[in-house]
Design a protein around this ligand. Sequence first.
Ligand SMILES: [Zn+2]
Ligand SMILES: [Zn+2]
Length: 248
Amino acid sequence: MDLKGLARGLVSLFLPADCKICNQALESLNFSYICENCWGKVKWLKMPYCSRCAKPFPASLASQELPSLLCAECRQGSSPFKKIFVPTLYEGVMKEAIHLFKYHRKKGIMKRLEKTLKFYFFHTTDLPFSKFDLVVPIPLHRKKLKERGFNQAELLAKAIATHFDLKLVKNNLKRVKATKSQTSLSKKERLENIKGAFQFRNKDEFREKKILLVDDVYTTGTTVREAVKVLKKAKAREVYIFTLARAS
Ligand SMILES: [Zn+2]
Ligand SMILES: [Zn+2]
């Protein structure tokens, strides 16, 4: 094998060759590991949904007065956050992409996710993001961060802060408890697991601020609610949430 061939061979070792979802060969250097055809099948969150927590409603509600509609849970209790912004549903392609990103450390997917974010920002007219004072990612515990090598919420928060020219504050909210994965736990266990997981370092940085708290996925909301409580304890004025995807 000549040098060029050897180089090509070496490069191909590190490059994704097939789409991780449909197994079709990827056309060019595609670090998102997923072909454009599959990305096109991402499910966007569509009306009707709860105006606070974005819980999807049955489509039959579509003709009613929707913008102010709240789900039963949001009607009942007072929510610690004002509203969640979330572009997609946590299923199919997006679920797969987030898994590759998080658990298989395919960090290259972030570039493609940024494209999805920009599409959402461009096509959503009522986003108040430029009015926020700070963007704060849900932190990982230092052990988890060491293991994974990056915090996916922080990468998303950074992309948002850059896009809207906002201040990113990534070291003030801290995860002090190494929590178990929430996925297999009941609601009660989740609450117990996450309780006391976050602390702030410097109260003044959050005081009176309008904060956008960022995570990758919203499932039951237990994690973000706990983090919002801590931001509120630091006297944050208002907290909004952004997650890339939401469980339906
Ligand atoms: Zn594909
Ligand atoms: Zn709701």
